[in-house]
Design a protein around this ligand. Structure first.
Ligand SMILES: O=C(O)CCC(=O)C(=O)O
Ligand SMILES: [Fe+2]
Length: 373
């Protein structure tokens, strides 16, 4: 390559990068999200959403599998089958990092209302919705498209309404989106109860007393993240959510019947098939750390929605304490020994969050690496 070639390559690169930044900004400035693009009738998705050629080529090598994420019936708790449930949760959390629960106690009509509430929020007058559009992390209610829009190589085909519950009590009623406020409040209450039960089961699965994880401070439903995945006209070119593991101890996820969530298991992507009335539970990075790798936080993603109807999901993140002034978390003492030395160092949830939100959504290994001892 001679100097003029090098110069023109540099120029092209600069222009491409400049265009991307400009296009990302223009998209963000609409405050209408991906739904705004769909409403405007786009048939070719903007290039900020198109995945790099290498990623697209890799996709062609994946194939469908008959493997299924384990389903656990929590009704057994009432029938003296707790031990059996603890065994099932342990097995699922050590291998899949994911399981689905049924008979979980969260009222089915509330689940339906939550799904409808997220539709209503996203499908209301765009001018009303825009009032909630922000990337300001100090705001307890944040509507935007792609929290990592400015840091990611590829944007995802989804919009998100995030509610931080730590400030729920101090939230002014008009800070909340009216169309789904009461439903979300009620949902937080019910999912917290389920979370408490699951943390007890997980403590037992680790051979600890039932209150152990709760006493440690893992149990705090910090954010409710409502996702809306509009129909994508070119689903093969993008994703609904990039591959990631969750920045939480535990996540309880409600998904509607459309499907698209996939979990990485035995070197392949497996569909997490929607179950009417079921909830998906997954182990987050922090639980993998405190369990010293006994429980696994596993990569997952969402494919772009091919259906005419938008897909809705609601992820409840139990993140424990959240400010840097709180006590640090690290591998549980009872789980480490000479044969099982700590794999991870102690960390502060706040410290982890500030890194998480300053980069793009990425696979688990990158996230967990920073905790290593
Ligand atoms: O929409 C989904 O099914 C998954 C959402 C998710 O993985 C997340 O919010 O962390
Ligand atoms: Fe996730």
């Amino acid at each position: 390559m001679d100097i003029s070639d090098a110069a023109s390559t540099t120029t092209t690169k600069t222009v491409t990068e400049y265009d991307r930044a400009k296009e990302v900004q223009a998209f963000d400035d609409t405050k209408a999200g991906v739904k705004g693009l769909v409403d405007a009738g786009v048939v070719n998705i903007p290039r900020i959403f198109i995945r790099p050629p290498a990623e697209l080529a890799e996709e062609l090598t994946t194939h469908q599998s008959k493997l299924q994420v384990p389903v656990i019936d929590l009704d057994g708790i009432r029938y003296n089958q707790l031990e059996d449930i603890v065994d099932q949760v342990r097995a699922a959390s050590q291998t899949w990092g994911f399981f689905q629960v049924i008979n979980h106690g969260v009222p089915l009509n509330l689940i339906q209302e939550m799904i409808e509430g997220v539709h209503k929020f996203n499908e209301q007058d765009v001018e009303v919705k825009k009032q909630f559009y922000t990337r300001e992390r100090t705001r307890n209610v944040r509507f935007n498209s792609n929290f990592d829009l400015y840091h990611s190589r590829t944007a995802s085909w989804r919009d998100t309404l995030a509610i931080s519950t730590s400030g729920t009590k101090s939230l002014e009623p008009n800070e909340w989106p009216k169309v789904c406020r009461d439903t979300i409040m009620e949902y937080i209450k019910e999912v917290s109860k389920l979370g408490e039960t699951l943390f007890e089961i997980l403590s037992m699965a680790l051979g600890l007393k039932p209150e152990y994880l709760k006493d440690m401070g893992c149990f705090n439903l910090y954010s409710v993240i409502c996702h809306y995945y509009p129909h994508c006209p070119q689903p093969e070119l993008t994703l609904g959510a990039r591959t990631h593991s969750d920045p939480s101890f535990l996540t309880i996820l409600l998904q509607d019947q459309i499907g698209g969530l996939q979990v990485f298991n035995e070197n392949q992507w497996i569909d997490v098939n929607p179950m009417s009335g079921g909830l998906v539970v997954n182990i987050g990075d922090f639980l993998q750390v405190v369990s010293n790798d006994k429980l696994k936080s596993v990569d997952h993603r969402v494919v772009a929605n091919v259906h005419a109807t938008a897909r809705v999901s609601v992820a409840c993140f139990f993140t424990g304490h959240t400010t840097e002034t709180q006590k640090p978390f690290g591998p549980i003492k009872e789980l480490i020994s000479e044969e099982n030395p700590p794999v991870y160092r102690e960390f502060l949830v706040g410290e982890y969050f500030s890194k998480y939100f300053s980069k793009e959504l990425e696979g688990k290994s990158a996230g967990l690496k920073q905790f290593e001892a």
